[in-house]
Design a protein around this ligand. Structure first.
Ligand SMILES: Cc1cc2nc3c(=O)[nH]c(=O)nc-3n(C[C@H](O)[C@H](O)[C@H](O)COP(=O)(O)OP(=O)(O)OC[C@H]3O[C@@H](n4cnc5c(N)ncnc54)[C@H](O)[C@@H]3O)c2cc1C
Length: 607
């Protein structure tokens, strides 16, 4: 079974991606060029990623005291990805990019995530370099970003510290000016950093010539104190190896030491590291302190980081989606081949009959349809959000602003909904395999382990939920929520006139009204502690409403197509979502609307 027909349907029939070619930036593109990119990525994923997914899980990265060792397959995959040009696909032609719409880039990257999510860390490198293209100086772009796009260097994001995970205001890494001439360095104002960064993905390896760490740190005030809160956070480029202005290596190592590798539940193809910056293990010019170059203005580090957050979070949601999809395809294949049990007839089961394949049992079909509804729905949502990113970057002023606000509201869902429900899909894929699913002889347990990360990183589930209910639905007078309601109502208006969809259109209208009422009720006292005590159930209900809308919109296009198995499948997945999933929002929204304090008021001693 191939993913490609689903991607093609969503990109071309539903989202009309080729319409983007009317924009000047994408004028050289066509459906043919998009297809060429998709073909290449599908092929590399099939040849260089999928066969090695288990290898990177079993041959975990290890440190030999000097170097981090990764399987050869990881080196080969990294090279193939860089050679494909995907690292800089969205960049301008004059810096070697393809000026590819983000919608197509995201769709093309889906093939890699499904084949082996952790073998490559290209997403981090592209995100890092994109940030520098937006906020770096021309010299920083040339020396660092362009060498990331061409695959010479790779990138990391160093936000977290052992004591500062969800709460970045507690970042304690310090950055002090490096000498009297610190402001005159051609690579940007030069600082010395000291501190520990925890959980840094791809923080140490030999896959590339150099590693470009983007590090959040605080510049102390005149009294040597760190400014409390996030206001004092600045952003620095801290390369593993020192470079010249032309990007060449000087031969000197920067003062960054690997304190240890984290041994993860899944996602083992990518190293995860605790890094010590500036402890003096590798003194630079005879002095302890990691050399870093300021990006943007002092104190504006988080602002720069958040510039990239929408795309980073869509990428996390996409990874979760594709892990779910991998489990769906594996369990579908298994269910078609595994004989077990006999059908129940009017006179009970007939033991003389041969067993049927488990796909013939209604409960197994339920588990397959749930996976299809979760994963194909999530893929549609991610591509929809990617299309909004293109609107934001290339649309006229009004379209771009609408896209910006819609993305504010939808990004927590794009990140969190697949992280929860495509993980549930992985659990169902294990269930379909029965005992075999619980062994390492089948791939589905690894998909679950790999996927379990996604509710944790890039803002945990709880933090995303508080961002949605505490900030996003309220911002700019609730305009983002109103815009979303407008889009949902547009779908309802188109669906309500089609007999087959009228009941679903009404159900979606009710869900929208329920979410709107719950948003008001949650904030009725104006007390954040009242409203946010049930932020996660709110986000679950909001997410299910969004997915119901996406499915109904997709179904409108599917329904207009000639009869086919794909059409039947899409319409059934839509009905599954409306019959089995959307009704769940009542229970979630009840505790939100009542500002239920059962959890919040539980005395610690009573647990
Ligand atoms: C495999 C992996 C890769 C990672 N890669 C990177 C990376 O490349 N770069 C990087 O900078 N970081 C990375 N991270 C770090 C990741 O972003 C953090 O783990 C995450 O932000 C949570 O921080 P924490 O682990 O300290 O948990 P904590 O912040 O201690 O949270 C623990 C629990 O408490 C909850 N909680 C915390 N605060 C609140 C609150 N105010 N209200 C309600 N609930 C709360 C959380 O939701 C969570 O459930 C990675 C993590 C992992 C596991």
């Amino acid at each position: 079974m191939s993913l490609r027909p689903t991607v093609d349907f969503l990109l071309y029939d539903w989202l009309d991606a080729p319409a983007l070619n009317a924009r000047e930036r994408f004028a050289d593109h066509s459906r043919e060029t998009f297809n060429a990119v998709l073909d290449t990525c599908e092929r590399i994923a099939r040849e260089k990623y999928a066969p090695f997914n288990r290898v990177v899980d079993t041959q975990e990265p290890h440190f030999d005291g000097e170097k981090v060792i990764l399987p050869q397959a990881t080196h080969d995959a990294q090279k193939a990805y860089a050679d494909s040009g995907m690292l800089g696909a969205a960049q301008d032609y004059d810096v070697g990019g393809m000026q590819l719409p983000y919608t197509v880039e995201a769709a093309a990257n889906a093939f890699f995530a499904m084949a082996s999510v952790s073998i490559g860390s290209g997403m981090l490198t592209t995100g890092n370099a994109n940030l520098l293209m937006a906020h770096g100086t021309p010299a920083q772009k040339r020396a660092f970003a362009l060498n990331e796009f061409n695959g010479r260097f790779s990138g990391t994001m160093c936000l977290s510290e052992p004591q500062a995970g969800s709460s970045l205001s507690d970042v304690a890494t310090r950055a002090v000016p490096d000498g009297v001439d610190f402001a005159d360095d051609p690579l940007g104002p030069r600082y010395r950093l000291k501190g520990n960064k925890m959980w840094i993905s791809a923080g140490e390896h030999e896959l590339t010539e150099n590693i470009v760490h983007l590090v959040l740190a605080k510049i102390p005030d005149a009294d040597g104190k760190l400014v409390p809160g996030t206001r004092g956070i600045s952003l620095f480029i801290v390369p593993k190896k020192m470079i010249r202005e032309d990007g060449g290596l000087t031969g000197e190592r920067n003062d960054i030491a690997l304190a240890g590798l984290n041994h993860k539940c899944g996602w083992r193809g990518t190293t995860n590291t605790l890094l010590n910056f500036g402890e003096g293990k590798y003194p630079v010019r005879g002095e302890a302190g990691a050399v870093g170059y300021l990006v943007g203005q002092p104190g504006k580090g988080l602002h720069c980081m958040f510039h990239m957050m929408n795309e980073a979070r869509i990428a996390v949601g996409m990874a979760a989606t594709m892990l779910g999809m991998a489990g769906y395809h594996a369990s579908l294949d298994y269910a078609k081949n595994r004989p077990q049990g006999r059908p129940m007839g009017p006179a009970g089961k007939d033991p003389a009959q041969p067993p049927v394949r488990i796909i013939e049992h209604a409960d197994v079909k339920r588990m397959l349809l749930a996976q299809k509804a979760y994963c194909e729905g999530a893929l549609a949502l991610e591509l929809y959000c990617a299309r909004l990113v293109d609107e934001q970057h290339t649309g006229d002023a009004a379209t771009a602003d609408d896209a910006r606000l819609l993305l504010e509201v939808l990004t927590p869902i794009a990140k969190s909904w697949p992280s929860e429900w495509c993980l549930e899909a992985n659990s169902l894929a294990i269930q379909i395999h029965g005992g075999y699913g619980y062994t390492r002889d089948f791939p589905v347990e690894q998909y679950w382990r790999d996927n379990r990360l996604n509710m944790i990183h890039e803002g945990t589930h709880g933090i995303q939920a508080m961002d949605l209910l505490g900030r996003k639905v309220l911002m700019e007078g609730g305009k983002g929520l109103s815009l979303l309601a407008g889009r949902i109502n547009n779908t309802i208006e188109r669906a309500i006139h089609i007999a087959e969809f009228a009941a679903h259109a009404n159900a979606l209208g009710q869900a929208l009204a329920q979410v709107g009422a719950a948003t008001k009720a949650a904030w009725a006292t104006g007390e954040p502690t009242d409203a946010l005590a049930n932020a996660v159930p709110y986000m679950q209900a909001f997410g299910h409403m969004v997915l119901a809308w996406i499915w109904l919109d997709v179904a409108l296009v599917a329904q207009a197509a000639p009869a086919s198995n794909a059409r039947t499948g899409r319409l059934a997945a839509m009905r599954f979502f409306f019959h089995y999933e959307l009704p769940k929002i009542g229970a979630w929204l009840q505790v939100v609307s009542h500002r239920d304090q059962t959890c919040a008021s539980m005395p610690e001693e009573a647990f």
